[in-house]
Design a protein around this ligand. Sequence first.
Ligand code: SF4
Length: 426
Amino acid sequence: MSTKAYSPRRPLDCTVAAKAFQKAFGAELKTRVVERGEPFALAQADTPHEIFHAMNIPVIANQWWSAYISAKQLSKRYFGALDEQGFPPNRCSYCSLGLACTLAADPATAPWGGLPRPTVLVARLTCECIQHVFSIWAEALGTDFFPLEAPAWINTLPEWYRHSRSRWEEVYDARRIDLLTAEMRELIALLERKTDRKFDLGELARLMERINEQEQLLAETAEIVGSARPCPISLNDQMTNTMIPQWHRGSDWAVAHARRFRDEVLERVRAGASGFNERVRLMWIGAGLWHDTSFYEALEERAGAVFVWSMYLPFSGAQYIRELQGRPLEALASRICSMNEVLHLPPWMSDWLVSEAERCAIDAAVVLVPPDNRLSQSGTLLAAEALRAAGVPTLMLSADMVNAATWSRDTAVGIVEDFLRREVAA
Ligand code: SF4
């Protein structure tokens, strides 16, 4: 990885606070789970974390754990362990880095000395790899794997993001919602059997209302960020202040932090304190580049190319807010049963991306294309076609969100600069 340090914009104060909170959460979780033997869950990002929150069972999101390990520059070491153990070389990375860390069995280097045994592992079967990753992992950790189906859909409403709050049954298909609701009831039964915790539907309803409050604040922030000129905050500010509260959504801390984030962004816009001469407005499509987020700053500094948009912040309003209609469990199922689909699969993803590019006056888009990621879980080619058809020049960048083995920041920045010179008249 190249060493030249790019001076990032001064992060928002709430960005520093969010990172400190997540660090403290990690330490507290270790005490609760390792020292006190409390239950906890290990789950994919697109699973119903609200069930665990409503039952006061801490949950570690696999994608967060993977990004955390990657940011510590440990991915090469642990993927080496998978190579040694004969796993296929063309395996995907994002969901399997945590497994690699467990199978490397190296507490000396592993964050927290490695994960303790979870009460349960949970994942939606959104691609043909995930059940293998989680089955092997559950066996290695000596615990249960609870898979959730990911059925396709037949009927939906165009512009799902305008209807998801109130017409969620029409948007996400009532049979898909019923299936996930039934599966969540089974998951609750398993958790009540394996722990001393009881599920309370009233508690879930209260949590869902608090989440609506939080996501509304994040949706307002997305509007401010998308309409301000120049863009007031960095992509790191956006991702940090959206995703850390998402892992704790509906908690008092998360709602208060979302409000603080909005207010700090507003203050920066009012003060006109963006800090960079923005020449090109970019869209980042895909997961964050967790092993090297300085890539975003390098492009800002070298080319005045600012990443105004990534999926995390704008997704809050469109995908999370739900009118409960007296059915909190079904409303939750409608939030979860298409979380991966609307982010990564056509036609949901492409329609939304085009409307967001218009909303934020985007000049060009960069799509992260992780090698060996299964097509079944991401429709990047069709999304790029939809953006180009809408007049947004789009670059496919071959790189992995957590695996840094072949990453070179300067090479990638050079590729984007050439693309901008070629396709975007600054
Ligand atoms: S293909 Fe993607 S979603 Fe599926 S297991 Fe691999 S990284 Fe995860």
